[in-house]
Design a protein around this ligand. Structure first.
Ligand code: NAD
Length: 302
């Protein structure tokens, strides 16, 4: 039976560690850590994600500086707000919730975030720091996957890893992090022929294709570790269940893998909670740096 890599449990453990860091050092710092989440428009899923992030901050003692704008806000006004947050000494992390409404180009907005307050690790400078192995905030989802692997003592060095997906948000930084942990990494994507041939070589398969249930038994080598990054809200009937509300599923048909994979992440409760955890880790580690505190979250920043 495949080991279940429990992201909720690890996220709870990390929350306690961060809460402890904050309570020990807030007096010395003179203020708690601060995170500003900028939300634009009324995308329902984004609303849920932002509210989860703000609740997670509150639970551990991070102060929220969130703002919510209507979808017709001009980009110049968003840039002005980002500049104001860049200059605000109580704000350690800034996150622009994606996706933005279709008429707003996220590129210039992400670039206007101070790289040292980049809570999502998506600024060009921070992606460059990751490439060069320099310290800096890390992309939350792949950093969360690394923490899940390490805490479950899954061997990475010397293993053959395949990452499906080459987005800047997940696939590319994931591949870099696995490579710097000494895996031999292949990236597969939508133009990769014979995907099954590639994925069956993987000791460690990370699936971030954004295609519901595309990976099943035929893709997985016996004993492989499978990380399902995908998250989709499907109507129950699309999943062959009685008509009801929405159900979450991933990119992997995990029910086919329980006797094939050695370990697998559930959806929900696998990678998702770890993404939020890493946002908190980035914010607290920025705070430690901004306030000249001792920096001891290095093990969580791959
Ligand atoms: P994306 O659409 O930007 O990128 C998808 C990638 O998958 C592309 O590089 C594409 O080439 C590749 N791909 C698409 N179809 C493929 C196929 N049939 N075969 C091989 N490769 C294929 O998506 P993203 O932002 O990287 O996100 C991927 C998934 O992860 C989505 O389901 C997203 O919702 C989810 N996600 C989850 C979390 C989380 O916290 N759990 C965080 C971020 C993204």
């Amino acid at each position: 039976m495949a080991l279940r890599l429990d992201g909720r449990k690890l996220a709870d453990e990390l929350a306690k560690r961060l809460q402890n860091e904050i309570s020990i050092s807030s007096a010395q710092a003179g203020r708690p850590p601060g995170l500003a989440v900028i939300r634009v428009g009324d995308d329902e899923a984004s609303g849920v994600y932002v509210s989860n992030k703000e609740k997670a901050c509150k639970r551990i003692g991070i102060k929220s500086f969130g703002v919510h704008y209507p979808e017709n806000i001009p980009s110049e006004e968003l840039i002005r707000k980002i500049q104001e947050l860049n200059a605000n000494e109580n704000v350690d992390g800034i996150l622009l919730q994606l996706p933005l409404p279709k008429d707003i180009d996220p590129g210039p907005l992400l670039m206007s975030i101070d790289p040292d307050k980049d809570a999502d690790g998506l600024h060009t400078l921070n992606l460059g720091r990751l490439l060069k192995g320099e310290r800096g905030p890390r992309s939350c989802t792949p950093a969360g996957v690394m923490a899940l692997l390490v805490s479950n003592q899954i061997p990475i060095a010397g293993k053959r890893a395949v990452v499906i997906g080459r987005s800047i948000l997940v696939g590319q930084p994931m591949a870099l992090m696995l490579q710097s942990a000494n895996a031999t990494v292949t990236i597969a994507h939508s133009r990769t022929p014979n995907l099954v041939e590639v994925t069956r070589q993987a000791d460690l398969l990370v699936v971030a294709a954004g295609q519901p249930k595309m990976i099943g038994a035929e893709h997985v080598k016996p004993g492989a570790v499978v990380i399902d990054v995908g998250i989709h809200r499907l109507l129950s009937q699309e999943l062959g269940r009685p008509v009801g509300k929405f159900k979450l599923c991933g990119d992997v048909r995990s029910e086919e893998l329980s006797n094939i994979a050695s370990a697998i992440t559930p959806v929900p409760g696998g990678v998702g909670p770890m993404t939020v955890s890493m946002l908190l880790v980035n914010t607290v580690s920025r705070w430690q740096e901004h306030c000249g505190l001792s920096f001891n979250l290095v093990d969580l920043l791959p």
